[in-house]
Design a protein around this ligand. Structure first.
Ligand code: ATP
Length: 261
């Protein structure tokens, strides 16, 4: 049974359709990419996957349990199995890095205070922030904030990790380090990771599978690993995105008089 299964998901804001007919599965240990141009609905999909938005139609299941068919207590249990890194890293500004990482451990595990601190320090070592545990988020660089956010997301070893553009705003070297870190986290924890990203190098390096959402037709237009799609996708939008090309558009016909002159 898939860790995450999405069937016929339809996403709307009021009457406005964002995407429909979204279906896919994510197995344990898979890194799954949500791809597509700006505004196609990638972040909105992630919010549906973590229970922040309710689908207009369709179902999201975790280990066979339908999220929206569950009662509030079951949903809380399901949510406790997710780790999330939002684009902004969303750290608590008045708490130190260590306190930020301890917080989900208090909510999601039965560890006592001493065990929580030991675990938080261990995870901060993984993301190379072991020397910055007492810093406030405002004293960290953008890349360090992302790594602190990642440490917080993985501290409780959730089986499912959702990352919204983890490498946005990072220089190429920091971005590459973050890719290595994500692969390392998958190896260490066995988590399935659902990732929204525009970074082609990162998508090719780490994603095993994925879905491509199209802003024009408002349906997914390709499924597979970014590497495979780059080689075989025939849809011009997918091809252009993965080869960093400007999509070919039909040239407008010239007015009859200028065409003849
Ligand atoms: N809370 C909201 N209310 C109404 N419309 C929204 C809301 N959030 C997002 N949208 C709209 O939904 C569409 C998809 O937005 P979303 O942020 O999911 O796109 P995206 O693919 O993640 O874009 P980007 O790559 O630029 O971050 C956009 O047209 C956006 O304006």
């Amino acid at each position: 049974m898939a860790l995450l299964q999405v069937d016929g998901l339809e996403m709307r804001f009021g009457q406005r359709l964002i995407q429909r007919d979204v279906s896919f599965k994510v197995e344990k240990g898979c890194i799954f990419a949500v791809m597509g141009g700006s505004g196609c609905g990638k972040s909105t999909l992630l919010k549906h996957l973590v229970g922040l938005l309710r689908p207009a139609a369709g179902a999201v299941q975790y280990d066979g349990t339908d999220y929206w068919a569950s009662d509030e207590m079951q949903r809380n249990t399901l949510r406790s199995r997710f780790g999330m890194l939002f684009q902004s890293a969303a750290l608590w500004s008045s708490m130190t890095v260590l306190e930020n990482v301890c917080l989900p451990l208090a909510r999601q595990t039965g560890l006592d205070a001493r065990q929580r601190e030991a675990r938080a320090r261990e995870v901060l070592e993984w993301v190379e922030l072991g020397d910055f545990t007492d810093f406030l988020p405002s004293d960290l660089s953008g890349g360090m904030k992302k790594r602190a956010g990642l440490a917080r997301a993985i501290a409780a070893e959730p089986p499912l990790l959702f990352l919204d553009e983890p490498s946005s705003g990072l220089d190429p070297i920091s971005s590459r380090r973050l890719d290595d870190l994500i692969l390392d986290i998958r190896t260490r924890t066995g988590a399935a990771i659902v990732l929204v990203s525009h970074e082609l190098a990162s998508l090719f390096a780490i994603a095993d599978d994925g879905i491509f959402l199209d802003a024009d037709s408002k349906v997914p237009i390709a499924q597979g690993s970014p590497r495979d799609l780059a080689e075989r996708a025939v849809h011009p939008t997918v091809h252009a995105f993965l080869h960093r090309e400007v999509p070919r558009v039909k040239a407008p016909a010239l007015p009859a008089e200028s065409a003849s002159s």
